[in-house]
Design a protein around this ligand. Structure first.
Ligand SMILES: O=C[C@H](O)[C@@H](O)CC(=O)C(=O)O
Ligand SMILES: [Zn+2]
Length: 280
């Protein structure tokens, strides 16, 4: 497991590109027949990339659960949200099988013992992107398709930020302990996400970018609003955004991304908005 201890804004001011990437960027999440894991000490969020090809993969493949979590199984004291970003696949959760097509989501409750991921066709493997947060009570494991998601259209063509925020794991859709997750799609010709930007001192956030066409990248903006930095991100990379950091991006094309949040509250609009001319 790739462990990320959290650093603070004072140190980050002095980071080189390489140091910034080592601290916040999560790359190479999808390895054939492997579970790739990163543990962030920011709100103890865990990110997994799971790409079953020939085999079905248990959630804890290659993870020493006792050493990392001090529990007997992965979700003993955790909840998880998973999106499929690849070919058709399935998630089996304590004997119940859920088919997940591209951009489908499954919320998996605390105390689910056995979670197994598989692909329908090894030539077009599924790519499961999972984010897990500590949890204190059992909720309901729920399948959520984009049709079930709460839609929040925003932005405009004129400002190159026309997009739809799809709230999947969100209080308006289902109950969770602290996790919320969704998928934001940028319209063709729009490249800016989450601009005007914000922080939310009460929550951390993780983004993963996908549907980034070959030969394109997303410049992900981070840092305190008056001390910004950027990370250049490839298709399927993820990035950790601590509560003090802005998190927005500008692509060399349109793209899609998944946001995941955990922390003090689940109030999506509890944001500290930043006026664009105030950004440094
Ligand atoms: O706190 C909320 C998150 O940053 C995202 O949901 C924002 C987003 O998807 C967007 O504006 O495009
Ligand atoms: Zn945010």
């Amino acid at each position: 497991m790739d462990i990320r201890y959290s650093t603070g804004p004072q140190d980050v001011k002095r980071y080189t590109t390489e140091e910034l990437r080592k601290e916040f960027l999560i790359e190479n999440l999808y390895q054939p027949d492997r579970v790739t894991a990163a543990y962030s000490h920011v709100d103890r969020m865990v990110v997994l990339g799971i790409m079953p090809v020939e085999q079905a993969l248990p959630i804890d493949q290659g993870i020493d659960v006792w050493a990392n979590f001090g529990t007997r199984y992965f979700l003993e004291r955790r909840e998880a949200g998973v999106f499929n970003l690849g070919g058709p696949g399935a998630v089996e959760a304590d004997g119940e099988t859920y088919s997940l097509d591209f951009q489908d989501c499954l919320y998996i409750t605390k105390e689910t013992k056995d979670v197994v991921f598989s692909s329908r066709d090894p030539r077009n493997p599924a790519r499961f992107y999972l984010v897990s947060a500590p949890a204190h009570k059992v909720c309901k494991t729920t399948f959520i398709s984009i049709k079930d998601a709460n839609k929040r259209p925003c932005g405009a063509e004129e400002t190159a930020n026309k997009r739809v925020i799809n709230q999947f794991i969100h209080p308006d859709v289902l109950e969770t302990c602290q996790l919320s997750m969704g998928l934001t799609q940028l319209a063709p010709g729009s490249v800016w996400n989450s601009m005007p930007c914000h922080t939310h001192e009460r929550r951390m956030e993780i983004y993963t970018y996908f549907n980034v066409p070959d030969g394109n990248v997303v410049f992900h903006m981070m840092g305190q609003p008056q001390e910004t930095r950027h990370l250049v991100m490839q298709n399927f990379d993820a990035v950790i955004s601590p509560s003090w950091s802005i998190h927005c991006g500008c692509g060399t094309s349109n793209y899609t991304f998944i946001w995941a949040m955990g922390g003090e509250n689940q109030a999506f609009d509890d944001m500290d908005n930043i006026d664009i001319p105030d950004i440094r």
